[in-house]
Design a protein around this ligand. Structure first.
Ligand SMILES: Cc1cc2nc3c(=O)[nH]c(=O)nc-3n(C[C@H](O)[C@H](O)[C@H](O)COP(=O)(O)O)c2cc1C
Length: 199
């Protein structure tokens, strides 16, 4: 797929078909992630990659669907909440692959003395975006879930991850269900969002 077609096609998909992804495809997607830029020229990432459906099911039980009272959304954001909130667990359960992109934490993210931790966090997200785009190029749907509250600790314990690693997000991949819901996109055009040479 042509690069800008990939950019324009990528959407967050939260409903997947029950269909596995070939190892070769996953390896290309993971390799694309690992090619991302990184602070300190370290690439200190460990991509814990789950394809075992029973394991994925058990991992999903650590994430709660969020309640959502919106019945008639009035904005694209409300539409997203209505689609996304109740599917935080099921989108993991339905996915064919979950990638846990752990990165080595040298500096505390919340350290007020310096922002070095944020650099590694930023690099992790460069990796995440490469994965989302590569997945799109492979004809896959993808979505992220940011672990909140007790989820990071529970996931770390469940996967027996050693200390010193931080999980910025869970990445779910799979073939999109033909009925997959996506909210209206929020338009962000060069015309409206770019200021040339002055604010
Ligand atoms: C930093 C970040 C955090 C996100 N967290 C979640 C999440 O926890 N659960 C979820 O379903 N989607 C999550 N998303 C996906 C956004 O809801 C989605 O990107 C946004 O609604 C735009 O839709 P699109 O991805 O289809 O363009 C996240 C996206 C980003 C960039």
């Amino acid at each position: 797929m042509e690069f800008y077609e990939v950019i324009n096609k990528r959407r967050s998909i939260r409903q997947f078909e029950d269909k596995p992804i070939s190892k070769e495809t996953l390896e290309r997607v993971l390799d694309a992630g690992l090619k991302a830029p990184s602070s300190n020229h370290q690439r200190q990432w460990e991509l814990l990659t789950l394809t075992d459906k029973a394991l994925i099911h058990d991992l999903a039980q650590l994430v709660r669907p969020y309640p959502c009272r919106i019945t008639e959304p009035k904005t694209p954001q409300q539409e997203m909440f209505k689609i996304a909130y109740p599917r935080q667990r099921s989108m993991i359960e339905e996915s064919a692959c979950v990638i846990l992109p752990y990165f080595k934490m040298k500096y505390d993210l919340k350290d007020s003395k310096n922002d070095y931790g944020l650099m590694d966090y930023g690099a992790a997200w460069a990796l995440v975006e490469n994965i989302l785009l590569a997945a799109t190029a492979e004809g896959l749907g993808s979505v992220v879930h940011i672990p909140v509250k007790t989820e990071p600790v529970k996931i770390k314990e469940f996967m027996q991850v050693p200390d010193g690693y931080y999980l910025p997000t869970l990445i779910m991949l799979g073939y999109a269900s033909p009925d997959a819901l996506t909210p209206a996109q929020v338009p962000a055009t060069v015309e409206k969002k770019v200021r040339w040479n002055k604010w």
